[in-house]
Design a protein around this ligand. Structure first.
Ligand SMILES: Nc1ncnc2c1ncn2[C@@H]1O[C@H](COP(=O)(O)OP(=O)(O)OP(=O)(O)O)[C@@H](O)[C@H]1O
Ligand SMILES: O=P(O)(O)OC[C@H]1O[C@](O)(CO)[C@@H](O)[C@@H]1O
Ligand SMILES: [Mg+2]
Length: 519
């Protein structure tokens, strides 16, 4: 069955609403609702149906595969800091709607479990042995998430055994771990990077789970991007297969903001803010020269969100190029014609280009063979350098009188790693704190095989398969991209070429995205 058909078939099966709790959820699994394995991997979805098209895509729980586990009163309820709180715990029936814009006849649609402390927990404080691992590229806020997991476990749940895994998934195979206490992590949020180290590649599920088992670890906090979350999903499956009481909690990390379903990932705002410094510098340089061009390359392998938001925030950018919006250089409506026009109008201009933009143009010319990094990610060609050369070459051409088409000065700024190596800003720090605390609450409550992230402003537990099945991309037929075009006044290259084809491709690629339209 196609993924898009699932929601409509669920809606047509109008069922009685049910009260559910973690223990009763497994009984409620509805055998008539199945997801295609391409969407869910090996993970068996836990679907609960309610009235008026209500669907809960719940996350796994220990009670799904281990019976008769004891539960304990959540110690947070006796925590003096929380004595003022009207409600310490979330209601176990609370769920978060994925679809926030509805009409009066809309089905209620997909929901996720609301993240937060629960009244009963599945671990005693001195029983917990937690580990934290960071994988993939750097992102502002990694250290804050590590800090707050450690402090959350210690201060909210009285847990004393927390270790860091050294250098990503590979670190599970090494003998040493990094002991983590509130004292050790006290100041780490002020630093960029990750105090645990990170890496790409080297994921061997069986060896990782052996290591977890051998060390007696029973809570695993995994911070990383799409690849990391796929790896986490395999770790969860293997742990479940072995029947272990080990909670696997993912915290999504990606400055590219390419993880679907979630509102945004931590560090994104910081990266966009840091990108302003590069754009400002490019603008100052460009403004100071006759026909000055400032070119800034920003991260964004497959998704141009950083470039899009940095451009919208700056208002000094004349043209933003992203992977989702193909463009061409020469001829009517092409980039060179636009540059010429803008320089003649304003005397200077700023171009922002995402690293993944225009890769097909570079590939047409380059004879190099495709390379992959240790995790199997395609290594991109440097579009910034290529584009600088192309612009310079074009504008140094002479006409029949021997005059240059337009004498330009181009300054290329590549702040790629600078925007992700900085510490997180204030709002990302708060964001990271909530994520970390929600991850801890979820693991203590016996949930596992989940990623925690905000959906429509509230943190939710999302099954791994929902965030690994596809990539979040800028929808160029969406109003947000139109806002950018109206702010820069750049040509919308592909829309001029074949708008209806692009719209159709986007709709097909996003058949499960019910909430994709921007605000
Ligand atoms: N399909 C997969 N199955 C199992 N493990 C994976 C998979 N893809 C990636 N991993 C592992 O996850 C880790 C991180 O993957 P990757 O380098 O792709 O970064 P990422 O988590 O996607 O973060 P980034 O946003 O920086 O790309 C690596 O150790 C890699 O081996
Ligand atoms: O050079 P590295 O560390 O492999 O990572 C580069 C990639 O990581 C990211 O920052 C996150 O995926 C991308 O924007 C970028 O292409
Ligand atoms: Mg990735």
């Amino acid at each position: 069955m196609e993924a898009s058909m699932i929601s409509s078939s669920i809606h047509s099966m109008k069922m009685q609403g049910e009260n559910f709790s973690p223990n009763s959820l497994s009984k409620l699994k509805n055998s008539s609702v199945s997801f295609p394995s391409s969407a869910t991997g090996n993970m068996e979805p836990k679907i609960v149906l309610g009235e008026d098209g209500y669907v809960l895509e719940d996350v796994p729980h220990f009670s799904d595969y281990i019976s008769d586990l004891p539960t304990f009163t959540n110690p947070l309820q006796a925590n003096s800091a929380y004595s003022i709180a009207r409600k310490v715990c979330v209601d176990c029936n609370d769920t978060i709607a994925q679809m926030i814009v509805v009409h009066k006849d809309s089905p209620r649609g997909t929901h996720f479990r609301r993240a937060g402390a629960t009244q009963q927990v599945y671990f005693e404080s001195d029983e917990v042995h937690a580990c934290i691992v960071t994988c993939g590229g750097l992102c502002p806020g990694l250290n804050t998430v590590i800090r707050e997991i450690v402090c959350g476990l210690y201060n909210m749940y009285g847990v004393k055994k927390v270790v860091g895994i050294d250098g990503g998934y590979k670190g599970f195979y090494s003998r040493n771990t990094i002991p983590l206490t509130p004292k050790v992590v006290n100041n780490i949020h002020k630093r960029g990077g990750t105090v645990l180290g990170t890496s790409r590649g080297g994921h061997d599920t069986k060896k990782i789970v052996d290591s977890i088992q051998d060390r007696g670890i029973n809570q695993v906090y995994i911070i990383g991007g799409d690849g990391t979350q796929k790896g986490a999903s395999f770790i969860f499956e293997e742990i479940k297969r072995r029947g272990l009481k080990v909670a696997v909690a993912g915290i999504p990390k990606t400055i590219d903001n390419d993880i679907p379903v979630i509102d945004k990932s931590f560090g994104f705002d910081t990266a966009v803010e840091e990108a302003q410094r590069a754009i400002n510098a490019a603008h100052v340089e460009a403004e100071s020269m006759e026909n000055g061009i400032g070119l800034v390359k920003l991260m964004g392998r497959h998704s141009g969100f950083i470039a899009l938001f940095a451009t919208l925030a700056s208002r000094d950018v004349d043209c933003c190029l992203i992977p989702e919006s193909p463009f061409y250089l020469e001829g009517p409506g092409g980039l060179f014609q636009f540059i010429e026009k803008r320089l003649k109008e304003n005397g200077h201009m700023v171009i922002v280009i995402a690293e993944g933009a225009g890769q097909e143009l570079v590939a047409e010319e380059s004879k190099t063979t495709e390379k992959q990094d240790a995790s199997g990610n395609h290594v991109l060609q440097d579009i910034g350098i290529w584009m600088s050369q192309k612009i310079k070459e074009y504008f140094s051409k002479t006409d029949e009188t021997g005059e240059k088409i337009l004498p330009i000065t181009l300054k290329y700024i590549d702040p790629t790693y600078m925007i992700r190596a900085v510490p997180s800003n204030a709002s990302d720090n708060v964001f990271c704190t909530l994520l970390a605390q929600c991850a801890v609450h979820g693991a203590m409550a016996g949930y596992t095989g989940f990623t925690v992230a905000p959906v429509n402003g509230r943190n939710a537990y999302i099954p791994f398969y929902r965030i690994t099945e596809k990539r979040n991309k800028v929808i160029i037929t969406d109003r947000m991209w139109a806002r950018l075009l109206s702010s820069t006044n750049q040509p919308s290259f592909p829309v001029a070429k074949d708008a209806s084809k692009i719209r159709k491709e986007e709709e097909e690629g996003d058949s499960r995205v019910v909430n994709s339209e921007s605000k």
